[in-house]
Structure formats: C-alpha cells, structure tokens
Ligand binder design. Structure first.
Ligand code: PHE
Length: 463
C-alpha cells in the first residue's frame, strides 16, 4: 500500500453530500460563463444538441470510470493508477491531470475573481447610481455602459490581480481546512439558491420584447449555422462537455476516493450530469432571450455574461440588487469548483510526495498565483489556457475509459458498481460497450479529423 498512515481516510458523510460536492465541482463558471458564450460562438441549437449527445454517451461513462478508479484505489489520480496498475505507465495520465489542474486553476480563478469585482461594483451602482453613471440608463445606453466597464476592468492589471489573489486565497484556505465541514455544508444551501435566482432571471429575460429570437437560437438546431466549421464546433462541444462535468483530469478520481463503498456510483454520476446540464441550459435561457432583445452579439466571446446580465439586471424592477445576489452566488459556484481542482494537486502532493496538507496548499497556490498573474497580464496566455482544456480533458478521458474498458479487472468493476453485489447493475453491458468502444473511438475519430483539418488549413495543397 502506498498510503502509509493509519488514520482513516476522509470521506463524504452522506449520499447528498457526495452529490453536492461533485455537482459543486461540476457546476460553476463553466455553466454560467463559458457554456453560453461557447454556444453563442458556435451557432446555438445545433451545438446544444451535439453537446447533449456527448454528455450522455461519453460524459457519464467517463465520470463513472473516474469514480470507480478513485474509490477502488482510495488515492489521488497518480497514486491510484500506480496502485491499480503497478509498474505500468498509466500513472502518467494522473500526472497529466495534475498539470491540467494548474492550467485550469490559473485562468479559472482569474475569471472567478471578476465576480468579486462585479459584486463590489453592484454595491456602488446600487448606492451611488448618479456618481457611478448608471442612473437612468436604458436599452442601448446601458449596454454600452456595461460593455465599457468590462473592457476597462479586464484591460487593467491591478484590480483583476487583486481579486484573483483574494479568490485564490479563499480557495486555499478552504482546501487547507478540509472539505467536509466547510464546502459540503454551504453548497447544500447555496446551489439551490443559485438555481432559484437563475429561474427568476429566466422569467425576466423571457418577458423582454424580442425574447423569442433567443429561444429559437438556443433550441432550434440549425445545422447550416455550423456548416463553415463543423469539426471545430463538434470538438468545442466535446471539450465543453468535459470541462463542464469536471472530467478527464482526475478531479472525480480524487472525489471518488472519498466516496463510501455503499454509495451507488452510477446513480451519482447520472444525478451530477443531469444537474450540471440543467444549470447550463437554464443559464442559456436566462441569457439568450436578453441577448437578442438588447441586440447584443451572441458570438462575442468571454464577456457575454458579464455584459448581458448587468444589462438585464438594470432593466429589472429592483434593478441592481439582483446583480448583487447573482454575483455573490456565482462566486460561490466558482469556489466549489476551484477547490475541487486544487484538491487534485493537494491530494497528489500530500499522498505521493508526503507533504503535510498545509504545505501542499501553500506550494500549489504560490505556483498557481504565478501562472494566474501571467494570465491577467497577457490576454494571449489567458486565451491559450482557456482553450487548452478542450484538448487536454478529452485526451485524459480517452485513457481513463480505455483503462476501465480494456485493462481494469471486470470482477472489481462489477464489485465497485454494484457496491459488492448489493445493487443491481442492469446497465452494465451498455456501460462496458460505451467505455470499450463508443467513447474511445469517438474521441480518437474527432481528434483525428481535428488534426486533419488543421493540416489542410496549413497546407491547403494536401486536401
Ligand atoms: N466543471 C467546472 C465548471 O463548469 C470547471 C472544472 C473543470 C472543475 C475541470 C474541475 C475540473 O465550472
């Protein structure tokens, strides 16, 4: 055994706690910030349909595979592969996950920091409407105001850096003090509140004049919208599915290692995926009707939510008080995700390199601070970091399903999925078919045509 201590391993205490923690990891900026703008850039309804297909056929199987590996090994991603497949190279997939965790934390914590800026600004807009210039703004004028605010803020250095560091500090603090008592407790309350607030926003957004166009954009698959770059759209849908579910880099191997043996891994995975997808669609419903009603460009990129939502808030009775609530909750949703990413690095450092938890947290956050600073200073680095999970996560996910499908003992797999025979696993043949064939082949195929596409754009003569 690699784990050399006698203290029992920390675990989530209830089934609901497991789902809340895993859903807390999955639901975050990926749903509310990234999903709407990626969908907006990639043609709307057709993207949504492809995305849903990936969640069901690839996302859920990868998630179940990660839970199985983690719970079986009771270790971080690197330790888990080392323990289950000693003397083989599989642990490199765990190491890749740790590297990916650094990249994601760096840009994600920067965007999470923006929620703090918007929180503080909302207070200012609320109590000093005249001085801050929001008083009496309507329609087009309010869109311009928030657009300018976004550009000024993200174009600067000190404020984004400050909020990023504060966010990183909180993340480190929570991870250092253990997840159970802090996050498990708060996510259970905050996630439902976030959902309620989103629903209020959906109602407001839908009641705007011109909202219908947004609904059509979101729900009516129009494949002619993606005909210019179908491969790129499909790859982005795949990447977004992995990113949103927090899969492909060992986050859920790590969380899986804290799940008790009697918990049902399949139903947990399905609940988490369903909750995550539901929130993404609800976020789309809050945003796109307003985007069309106010004449905002749906394909404008990362600023979409940070401009659209303040505009809706401003045009609502009660106004920016909604903004305050919303950014507060978004900040919590982001933090339940950042801690899950940091936990991967910390579990690795403390179990494999035998560091104390505290020391592991300090080392990891200092390293992330450096990377994040680079992201705030250079928008190019930010863009590269933001785009790289689209490749890295499906790449890691490929090896995770191949490992479970082709190399993992089928007896152990059945034992894990059935909680030692206590639960029926009628879905088993379907699951094995998905992890052995469907998921790996789909990923390889998509990567292959992605590479081919790149090659023919660089060397047009070949095609
Ligand atoms: N799933 C998170 C979100 O949607 C982001 C995340 C990615 C978290 C990968 C952990 C691992 O916001």
């Amino acid at each position: 055994m690699i784990q050399g201590n006698d203290t029992p391993r920390d675990s989530f205490s209830t089934k609901f706690g497991v789902i809340a923690a895993a859903a807390g990891s999955a639901i975050g900026l990926g749903n509310i910030w990234r999903f709407p703008y990626v969908l907006g850039e990639n043609g709307g309804g057709a993207f949504l349909l492809i995305y849903l297909g990936f969640i069901a056929a690839i996302g859920i199987p990868v998630m179940m595979s990660e839970f199985t590996i983690g719970r079986n090994a009771q270790l971080n991603p690197v330790g888990a592969f080392r323990k289950i497949a000693p003397g083989r190279k599989w642990h490199l997939i765990g190491s890749l996950g740790v590297v990916t965790a650094f990249i994601i934390l760096a840009f994600y914590t920067v965007v999470a920091g923006w929620t703090l800026e918007y929180l503080v600004q909302s207070v200012k807009w609320l109590i000093l409407p005249e001085r801050s210039g929001v008083a009496g703004l309507e329609g087009e004028a309010s869109r311009l105001f928030f657009q300018e605010h976004y550009t000024d803020f993200t174009g600067g250095i000190w404020r984004p850096v400050l909020w990023f560091l504060i966010m990183l500090f909180f993340t480190g603090y929570i991870v250092a003090s253990g997840v159970k008592k802090g996050i498990e407790k708060y996510t259970k309350i905050l996630m439902p509140v976030l959902l309620l607030l989103l629903i209020v926003l959906v109602i407001r957004s839908l009641s705007l004049e011109g909202a219908k166009e947004g609904l059509v954009f979101l729900f009516k698959p129009d494949f002619s919208q993606i005909k210019d770059a179908p491969v790129q759209v499909i790859l982005e849908a795949l990447g977004q599915a992995f990113f949103s579910l927090s899969i492909g880099m060992g986050t859920l191997i790590t969380y899986g290692s804290y799940i008790r043996k009697k918990e049902n891994l399949a139903s947990t995975a399905v609940s988490v995926a369903a909750a995550d997808t539901f929130i993404a669609v609800i976020a789309g419903l809050a945003i796109f009707p307003a985007v069309f009603a106010f004449g905002i460009n749906p394909g404008q990129g990362p600023e979409l939510v940070y401009i659209t939502l303040p505009v809706i808030f401003q045009n609502m009775p009660g106004g920016l008080i909604w903004a305050l609530m919303f950014f507060l909750l978004l900040c919590f949703a982001a933090i339940t995700s950042t801690i899950s990413v940091l936990e991967v690095i910390v579990a690795y450092l403390s179990e494999q390199l035998k560091m104390t938890r505290r020391r592991a947290v300090i080392l990891a956050t200092v390293a992330v601070a450096v990377l994040g600073l680079i992201c705030t200073i250079s928008s190019d680095v930010f863009a590269v970091f933001n785009a790289s999970p689209d490749i890295l996560l499906p790449f890691g996910g490929f090896f995770i399903v191949v490992f479970i499908g082709w190399f993992f003992s089928k007896d152990t797999l059945k034992k894990e999925l059935s909680s030692d025979g206590a639960k029926r696993i009628r879905y088993y043949p379907v699951f094995v078919f998905l992890v052995k064939f469907v998921a790996p082949l789909a990923i390889v195929f998509l990567f292959a045509i992605g590479v081919y596409n790149k090659v023919i754009t660089v060397f047009p003569g070949i095609g």
